[in-house]
Design a protein around this ligand. Structure first.
Ligand SMILES: Cc1cc2nc3c(=O)[nH]c(=O)nc-3n(C[C@H](O)[C@H](O)[C@H](O)COP(=O)(O)O)c2cc1C
Length: 204
C-alpha cells in the first residue's frame, strides 16, 4: 500500500462505504461540497443541468432526493424521461461521483407532506411566488412581493407554498466514482440494480 493513500485507494468495499459517508456529510453539512450537486436530465431535444440542494439520503432504499418547484422546467423533462444524473465533486477529497438513476416526482403525497413539515421558514420563500420559475417578465424581479422578499410572512401564510412544492427522488441504478491522486487515479463502478451490488474497477 502506497504512503499517504487513503484506505479505500485499492479497496472497492471501502470505496462504497466512503460514497455513502460523503453523501451523509453532504446532507448534514451545508458547507460540504456534496451539499449542492448538479442534477442533470434531458430528452432527445435538450439536456440541462442545474445545482440543487441535497435533502435526503437513504442507503437502504438506494435513493437520494432534493426539493423543487412543481412548475419548474425540469418537471416536464423528468416526466418525459426519468433517466437522470446527480453529479458531485469534492475538491479536498478529490472525489467525483456520478449517480445515475430514475427520478420520481412526489407531489402532494406522504413524502412531500413529511418534507414540507420540516422545511425552514426561509426555505419556503422559494415556493411563494405567483409565477412559475423560468417565466418571462418585463422588469427584473424575484417574482415575490416585497414582504416575501424580506421574509415577512407568517408560518400560516407560508403554507400557500405547499401547492408548488415537490420532492424529486432519484432511485439509484449506478454510481461511478473517480478519485484523483497525484500518483495514480482510481475509478470504480457500482451497479445497484435489482437489489444487488456489483462493483468493478475502471481505467480512470
Ligand atoms: C446554491 C443553489 C441551490 C439550489 N437549490 C435548488 C434546489 O434544491 N431545488 C431546485 O429545484 N432548484 C435549486 N436551485 C435553482 C436551480 O439551480 C435552477 O435554477 C432551478 O431549479 C430552475 O431549473 P429548471 O428551469 O431547469 O427547472 C439552486 C440554485 C443554487 C445556485
Amino acid at each position: 500500500m502506497q504512503k499517504n493513500k487513503p484506505d479505500y485507494y485499492n479497496n472497492l468495499d471501502k470505496v462504497y462505504i466512503k460514497i455513502w459517508e460523503l453523501l451523509i456529510k453532504g446532507l448534514e453539512n451545508r458547507n460540504a461540497p456534496f451539499h449542492i450537486p448538479i442534477f442533470i436530465c434531458g430528452n432527445k431535444n435538450k439536456v440541462d443541468g442545474r445545482i440543487v440542494v441535497l435533502r435526503g439520503v437513504n442507503e437502504k432504499e438506494k435513493k437520494i432526493w432534493f426539493h423543487s418547484d412543481i412548475r419548474s422546467n425540469k418537471i416536464k423533462i423528468i416526466k418525459s424521461n426519468p433517466e437522470s444524473v446527480l453529479l458531485f465533486y469534492d475538491k479536498e477529497e478529490k472525489i467525483q461521483l456520478r449517480i445515475s438513476g430514475l427520478a420520481k416526482i412526489n407531489y402532494q403525497n406522504d413524502t412531500t407532506h413529511n418534507s414540507w413539515k420540516k422545511t425552514a421558514h426561509m426555505s419556503r420563500q422559494c415556493y411563494l411566488g405567483d409565477k412559475a420559475p423560468g417565466s418571462t417578465i418585463d422588469i427584473p424581479s424575484s417574482g415575490l412581493t416585497e414582504n416575501i422578499d424580506n421574509l415577512k410572512y407568517s408560518k400560516e401564510e407560508s403554507e400557500f407554498g405547499y401547492k408548488n412544492f415537490c420532492v424529486i427522488e432519484t432511485f439509484i441504478k449506478s454510481v461511478e466514482w473517480l478519485y484523483l491522486a497525484a500518483k495514480g487515479h482510481r475509478r470504480a463502478y457500482f451497479s445497484l440494480k435489482n437489489n444487488s451490488l456489483e462493483k468493478k474497477w475502471l481505467i480512470p
